[in-house]
Design a protein around this ligand. Structure first.
Ligand code: 5GP
Length: 197
């Protein structure tokens, strides 16, 4: 992988968005395990860790004060309040990965992606779509990670997020996660094609 000057070719930015419960995390984990040369961009958040999540691996878990200080210092390429918590993409990490020729995989909500596009218009958007909102509700309940009030909030938000993504989002690719195994194959095939371009 080299450009005409002999240095590494700049990596690609792959941004995944979805309503939560659409199976995005499972697909991203599968992708990272299947395709070499991809690096996951660990976001910062003020939400509490879920069981099994580790600081610096799934997210950098910050207090609201810490997060707001980083916003003021311009450390995020984009940030958003999602489901009542802050989420942001650290800027410095992106440059390090791309200039080294590796590709960066990000998980950003649909509104954050629109902001992120202003800084990185070359980012390729992949929207993971649940087959239906009923389906999404069943998945969120089965996951057992959130209480009933949080699930209701996530479903209401899912409706708004999907409408925004379809009407105003810049997503070059859509994956309908109906059958998980088929969606896993599809995401690997898609990303291999994008990074070979
Ligand atoms: P969760 O709390 O379920 O891990 O994520 C909730 C939402 O936050 C998801 O829609 C996810 O895409 C979004 N999210 C995760 N990291 C970031 C980020 O760095 N920036 C933005 N804008 N959204 C993020």
């Amino acid at each position: 992988m080299s450009n005409s000057a002999g240095g590494p070719r700049r990596g690609k930015i792959l941004v995944f968005s979805a309503a939560s419960g659409a199976g995005k995390n499972t697909l991203i984990d599968h992708l990272l395990a299947s395709v070499p040369g991809l690096v996951y961009s660990v976001s910062a958040t003020t939400r509490k860790p879920r069981p099994g999540e580790a600081d610096g691996v799934n997210y950098f878990f910050l207090t609201v004060d810490e997060f707001e200080r980083k916003v003021a210092e311009g450390e995020f390429a984009e940030w958003e309040k999602v489901h009542g918590n802050y989420y942001g993409t650290p800027r410095a990490f992106i440059e390090t990965v791309l200039s080294g020729g590796e590709h960066i995989v990000m998980d950003i909500d649909v509104f954050g992606k629109a902001k992120f596009d202003e800084a990185y218009p070359e980012a390729v958007g992949v929207l993971i779509v649940p087959p239906s909102l009923d389906h999404l509700e069943k998945r969120l309940k089965a996951r057992g990670a959130d209480d009933a009030g949080t699930i209701r909030l996530r479903l209401d938000n899912a409706r708004v997020e999907m409408d925004f993504a379809m009407a105003q989002g810049k997503y070059e690719h859509y994956i309908v996660n109906d059958d998980l195994e088929a969606a896993k194959d599809e995401v690997v095939r898609l990303v291999r094609t994008i990074i070979d371009e």
